[in-house]
Design a protein around this ligand. Structure first.
Ligand SMILES: *Cc1c(COP(=O)(O)O)cnc(C)c1O
Length: 392
C-alpha cells in the first residue's frame, strides 16, 4: 500500500488501527519492513516483542496504580528471577547505566541527587578498562561520572586497577558484551580488588541474554549492580531494562529514577511497560533453552548448507560463551577469496529490497547471520539474496 500525500490531511494516512497486514502498517508510513539478522540491534528494530505481552500491557494500561508500589513489587520479582538482592525496571539498559552511576555518585541522599549532573563535592570517578570503553559509556557521564581509564587497550594488569583508586572513586564499570570481554581482567578478580577498596562494581550485560544462566551469573561472581536490556533477548517492551543487585544500591538507583523528580526522571517507564517486562521475563525464564538452542542450530545448519559462496569464503556455525551466544552462521572472508567484498555484501544486503541487516560487529573479516529474530520464511529470503550477491 502506498500513500498519496497530495490528498487532503485526513486522507494522508490511512487509519493505522484499521490496517490488517502488519507490514502495511510501516509501508503506510513510508518505511520498508526489513529482515534483521544482526541480532537484537535496537537500530534495526530491536527484537520481536512476545505476542502475549501486548495483551497483558493492554489490560494493565487501563488501571491506575501508585508507581512506587508497583516498582517495589516488580523489584521483588526481578530479585527472585535474577537471584540478586533487589531489582528495578529501568527505561532500557542505557537508562540503567545512568542510574548505576547516579546511585554510586549520589546514593539515596536528596540533596546530592538533586545536584546531579553537577558533581562538585561528590565522588564521581568511575574506573574502566580501556579495552572496555564503548559508545554506551556516555550513559555514565550523563550522571556526572568521570571515567578513569586503566590498561593500554589490549591488556590490563591487576596492579593497574589497584593503583587507580582514589578517595573520589565511586565505582568500577565492567562491560560484559560479545567481542569486548575477552581482553579484560576477569570480572571475579575485578570484584575482589574493588571490594577490598570498598568500591562497588557495576556491570553492563545488556545483550548477554540468552543464555539464561547469565541472569544470575554476574551477581554470583560478585557484581554489585548488573543491567540487562528488557527489549533484546528477553523480548519484553523495547524501552525497558532489568537492573538488579545489592539492596542499598538498587534503592539508591530507584530514588534517582522516575517517577521521582531527579536525574532519572526523563527515563520514564510506564506502568504497563513494567508489567510487560515482568511478564516477558517470567516467560523467558521458564522457556526450554535446550529446545530453543536446537532450533537456532537447525536454522543455522540449513543456512550454512544452502549457501554457495566462492572458494575462500568459509561458512561455519559458531556458538560459544563469549561472542556468539546462540548458534550463528559465520562467513569468514579468507585471503584467497576473490568474490565481492565483505563490505560490499553487507551494504548491498542492507540497501536491497527488503533491506537485510547482517551481523558485522565481530571480527573485521566476518559477517554473520544471527537467527534470533528470524522466521523460516525470512531465512529463505536471506539464503536467496546472499547466493545472488555471491555471484556478482
Ligand atoms: C544494547 C546495549 C545497551 C543498551 O540497551 P537498551 O536496552 O537498548 O537501552 C547497552 N549496552 C550494551 C553493551 C548493549 O549491547
Amino acid at each position: 500500500m502506498t500513500v498519496d500525500y497530495k490528498k487532503g490531511p485526513n486522507e494522508v494516512l490511512p487509519q493505522l488501527t484499521r490496517i490488517e497486514d502488519p507490514v502495511d502498517i510501516y509501508r503506510s508510513l513510508g518505511v520498508e519492513p526489513a529482515i534483521t539478522a544482526s541480532g537484537n540491534t535496537t537500530a534495526f528494530g530491536g527484537s520481536k516483542l512476545r505476542p502475549e505481552i501486548m495483551d497483558v500491557m493492554n489490560k494493565a494500561s487501563g488501571v491506575m496504580v501508585n508507581l512506587a508500589d508497583l516498582n517495589k513489587q516488580a523489584g521483588k520479582i526481578l530479585a527472585d528471577l535474577t537471584g540478586a538482592e533487589a531489582g528495578l525496571v529501568t527505561g532500557g539498559a542505557s537508562a540503567g547505566l545512568t542510574l548505576q552511576a547516579a546511585a554510586c555518585i549520589a546514593g539515596n541522599d536528596s540533596s546530592k541527587m538533586s545536584r546531579l549532573p553537577d558533581v562538585q563535592g561528590l565522588n564521581n570517578e568511575i574506573i574502566i578498562q580501556k579495552s572496555q570503553r564503548f559508545p554506551y559509556d556516555q550513559c555514565y557521564r550523563i550522571a556526572g561520572a568521570k571515567l578513569v581509564e586503566i590498561g593500554d587497550g589490549r591488556r590490563c594488569h591487576p596492579w593497574q586497577l589497584e593503583a587507580a583508586f582514589t578517595y573520589k572513586t565511586a565505582a568500577v564499570a565492567y562491560l560484559q558484551a560479545p567481542f569486548y570481554s575477552r581482553l579484560a581482567l576477569p570480572l571475579e578478580q575485578v570484584c575482589e580488588i574493588a571490594h577490598r577498596h570498598g568500591v562497588p562494581v557495576i556491570v553492563d550485560a545488556a545483550s548477554m541474554l540468552p543464555p539464561r544462566g547469565n541472569l544470575s551469573r554476574y551477581s554470583q561472581l560478585g557484581a554489585d549492580m548488573v543491567i540487562y536490556s528488557g527489549g533484546k533477548g528477553v523480548r519484553g517492551p523495547q524501552g525497558t531494562g532489568i537492573l538488579c543487585g545489592k539492596s542499598e544500591l538498587i534503592e539508591a538507583a530507584s530514588a534517582n529514577s522516575s517517577p521521582n523528580q531527579f536525574l532519572g526522571r526523563p527515563m520514564k517507564v510506564a506502568k504497563e511497560e513494567i508489567v510487560g517486562l515482568i511478564a516477558a521475563l517470567q516467560i523467558f525464564t521458564q522457556e526450554d533453552e535446550n529446545a530453543e538452542t536446537k532450533c537456532y542450530l537447525e536454522m543455522s545448519q540449513h543456512i550454512s548448507e544452502s549457501l554457495t559462496p566462492a572458494a575462500g569464503l568459509k561458512v561455519t556455525i559458531e556458538h560459544d560463551q563469549y561472542n556468539y551466544l546462540i548458534p550463528t552462521t559465520v562467513l569468514t572472508f579468507g585471503s584467497e577469496y576473490e568474490g565481492p567484498s565483505r563490505d560490499a555484501i553487507l551494504e548491498r544486503m542492507a540497501t536491497g529490497k527488503p533491506p537485510i541487516f547482517l551481523h558485522f560487529i565481530g571480527n573485521p573479516n566476518e559477517l554473520a547471520i544471527d537467527p534470533i529474530n528470524l522466521n523460516g520464511e525470512e531465512v529463505e529470503i536471506i539464503i536467496r539474496r546472499l547466493n545472488q550477491e555471491f555471484k556478482k
